[in-house]
Write a protein that binds this ligand. Structure first.
Ligand SMILES: C[S@@+](CC[C@H](N)C(=O)[O-])C[C@H]1O[C@@H](n2cnc3c(N)ncnc32)[C@H](O)[C@@H]1O
Length: 230
């Protein structure tokens, strides 16, 4: 009997130290075109591709009361399922998806062309931190808590009043959801959905941060600190 070919699998540390171009050599499961595992190698990616189940997508769009006047942006659109459902079932005006991973964006572009919906669905292979979010009336996301925190200032700055942000499984820290009772999220099986309305989600936060009383207190503390250290 032929002995099985010896395969040397490098450790995670060895992979980390390899030049980028060699990291995937001989490791078919880590090939660049495997969207499930290549995200760590895509600079600025804040989440791997994990699709939102369709029943959760439907609930997200329903909760955000998505309709024909809306422009939906899916930040990190993966296989485009949110874009297609927004257009086909909820009849939104336009759905735009950004994905930084070309192995997600390229096949999706082909799918859009084959569907004949190019006028209403668009995919852009780009880093969503570098695009203008102001045209969106609804933003959907399935990222990570740290990814959401990095996006928060951009969402606060660019989204217009009346926009909704729906996040699957991960909250946006320091924002308040639209739910008045606990828990702050909606549930579909084991999945959580966080719904935020702009600017209500953060206007209290900003008011507290900028209140006169708060500022006065900080000025006094700062004054004490400076006089002690001068
Ligand atoms: C968990 S998947 C969500 C896919 C889809 N939105 C859904 O819910 O089914 C996250 C996606 O975000 C993309 N992504 C991560 N960081 C990104 C960034 N900075 N800019 C654009 N896309 C990003 C990943 O490539 C991945 O496809």
């Amino acid at each position: 009997m032929r002995s099985p070919e010896k395969r040397i699998i490098p450790s995670a540390e060895e992979i980390r130290l390899m030049p980028r171009s060699r990291r995937f050599d001989g490791l078919p499961s880590l090939r660049r075109d495997n969207p499930f595992l290549s995200w760590g190698d895509v600079p600025h990616s804040v989440a791997p591709f994990v699709p939102t189940p369709v029943n959760v997508v439907r609930r997200m769009l329903k909760l955000a009361e998505v309709g024909p006047d809306d422009v939906v942006y899916d930040l990190g659109c993966g296989d485009g399922r949110i874009l297609f459902m927004a257009v086909e079932e909820f009849e939104v005006r336009r759905a735009v998806g950004y994905d930084i991973n070309p192995s997600m964006a390229e096949p999706l572009q082909e799918k859009i062309e084959n569907s004949g919906l190019e006028e209403r669905i668009e995919v852009v292979n780009a880093n969503f931190f570098e695009v203008d979010l102001s045209p969106a009336s609804v933003v959907t996301m399935y990222l990570t808590t740290s990814g959401n925190s990095k996006l928060r200032p951009k969402l606060e700055e660019e989204l217009g009043d009346g926009a909704r942000v729906v996040s699957h499984d991960f909250p946006v820290h320091n924002w308040t959801t639209d739910k008045s009772s606990e828990p702050p999220h909606y549930t579909v099986g084991s999945h959580k959905i966080y719904l935020y309305r702009i600017p209500e989600a953060f206007e209290n936060e900003i008011r507290v941060k900028r209140s006169k009383e708060e500022e006065g207190r900080w000025k006094r503390i700062r004054g004490l600190f400076l006089s002690e250290n001068s």
